[in-house]
Design a binder for this molecule. Structure first.
Ligand code: GDP
Ligand code: MG
Length: 453
């Protein structure tokens, strides 16, 4: 199972949970530990991470505007982002010379061609140097990859000395914005390799020295990053085969602790299978969570709302909060159907609302938890963008959110009529309607006021 799926499963139980007590969080944290350890993330890092999450998740005070559920999810997400590299440095936009190094089979040669295409797409004139003189077929492999994409290449199959080859290449390859050099690997890090890449480094003088790692190295990435860094001063990392490896998490976390910025991920064998890496985007994508993004957006909107005064917000009077409280209160008294009959209101209340189940009400609550205060107080701000964000945030469908809004509007229409009688007098402290009072009033007036025309 790939990292994404494991993390998704682990967090899924958190997403679905309705209680967020210590036990539930401990349980989820254990699942997260299993997912990360089986992704080959170093055990110490995993334990640190889950301790953090547990502590923060149970914090006494919730951040403004977030429910406990949202808070726990956000804490988990933030900590995972940190583990996998945080908001690390972005790959340079206009590098001049890139040298790729790494062991056999890491994905260097493929990545040289991928990178060339990537920068060509960004308007640069890119050339490639085939400096793997160790493996006879290496130049041919690069020729094939570059041929397809018409990428200019310098190779010399007869030259056995890598630094001499680079020297020749630099004389030939003039007028390029960017040159990318491929280099040979070994099955393990050894002195022959060090000598060779040091030679290339001296001749080529690259500003960018990037280590290519296959995701399957897992936590060993740390050791490799250290060794290559000591040899030539690596300043970037590319992790390939993230698509097929179960150990991608371990490799990413290891690079994060080594403070080696991961610039790109290789996600397949084709030249376009190269992605800029950003821990935040990566996580929200692999975990399948549009809703994490939605959550962050909500947190932002809540912050912006911080400037609105509560009085201003309360102007709406009948809002989603009061709507929910009323429904809840009415439910307590028995079915809405019965209550409205008692009030002589039955014909006025839409059928869907009469049949409102406890379950539906709970669903409404979950949707409302994903709304900001302003959205609940002034539902007219709910445009399509917000509706989509809310739906993602609570894992419901857009139609569910719209249903809540529709029911609310229907009730609001009725509420206007209540108000015409004496709405204020009926409002209880908790925002609900004083049903007894209302019933009393309707006892006298119901026939006249609410006759069906
Ligand atoms: N699935 C997948 N395969 C890759 C990726 N990058 C490289 N490969 C494959 O890995 C193998 C080794 O790649 P190569 O570029 O020759 O590695 P090198 O020895 O470091 O030059 C080749 O079969 C590539 O097609 C990737 O991101 N995903
Ligand atoms: Mg190669």
């Amino acid at each position: 199972m790939a990292l994404g799926e494991k993390l998704r499963n682990a967090v899924e139980s958190l997403r679905k949970a309705t209680v967020f007590d210590k036990g539930a969080i401990k349980e989820a944290s254990k699942e997260l530990q299993r997912a990360l350890i089986s992704s080959d993330v170093e055990v110490k890092l995993v334990l640190d991470l889950t301790t953090h999450i547990e502590e923060e998740a149970m914090s006494e005070k919730l951040p403004k505007g977030l429910t406990r559920r949202e808070h726990v999810l956000k804490v988990t997400y933030d900590n995972l982002v940190e583990l996998l590299g945080g908001t690390a440095k972005k790959a340079p936009e206009k590098p001049k010379k890139i040298l790729l190094v790494g062991l056999f089979g890491a994905g260097k040669t493929t990545t040289v061609a991928k990178l060339a295409k990537y920068y060509i797409k960004r308007g640069m004139k890119v050339g490639v140097i085939a400096a793997d003189t160790y493996r006879p077929a290496a130049t041919e492999q690069l020729e094939q990859l570059c041929g397809k994409a018409k990428i200019p290449l310098f190779g010399d199959k007869k030259e056995k000395n890598a630094s001499k080859l680079v020297e020749k290449a630099l004389k030939k390859m003039k007028g390029f914005d960017l040159l990318i050099t491929d280099s040979a690997g070994r099955s393990g890090f050894d002195s022959g390799l060090v000598k060779e890449i040091k030679g290339i480094n001296k001749e080529f003088k690259p500003d960018e020295k990037w280590l290519v790692l296959g995701a399957d190295v897992g936590q060993l990435a740390k050791k490799q990053a250290k060794a290559f860094h000591e040899a030539i001063g690596v300043n970037g990392v590319i992790i390939t085969r993230i698509d097929g490896s179960a150990k991608g998490g371990g490799a990413l976390a290891a690079c994060a602790v080594s403070e080696a910025p991961v610039y790109f991920l290789g996600t397949g064998e084709k030249l376009d299978d190269l992605q800029e890496f950003d821990a935040q985007r990566y996580l929200s994508r692999i975990m399948g969570y549009g809703d994490l993004q939605a959550l962050l957006e909500k947190a932002k909107e809540v912050q912006e709302e911080g400037d609105l005064s509560p009085e201003e917000l309360m102007k709406g009077e009948f809002n989603l909060d009061t709507f929910y409280k009323q429904l809840k209160a009415t439910k307590k008294m028995g079915s809405l159907s019965k209550v409205s009959e008692m009030l002589g209101l039955k014909m006025q209340v839409p059928k869907e609302m009469l049949d409102m189940t406890e379950e539906k009400l709970d669903g409404f609550k979950i949707i409302m938890d994903s709304m900001t205060i302003q959205e609940k107080q002034q539902p007219n701000v709910l445009n399509r963008n917000r509706i989509l964000r809310i739906a993602k945030g609570c894992g419901k469908k857009e139609a569910d959110v719209r249903e809540l809004i529709k029911s609310f509007k229907q009730m609001a229409g009725m509420f206007k009529k209540f108000k015409n009688i004496d709405g204020k007098a009926l409002q209880k402290k908790d925002g609900g309607i004083d049903m007894q009072k209302l019933a009393g009033m309707f006892g006298k007036k119901k026939k006249k006021k609410f006759r069906i025309r």
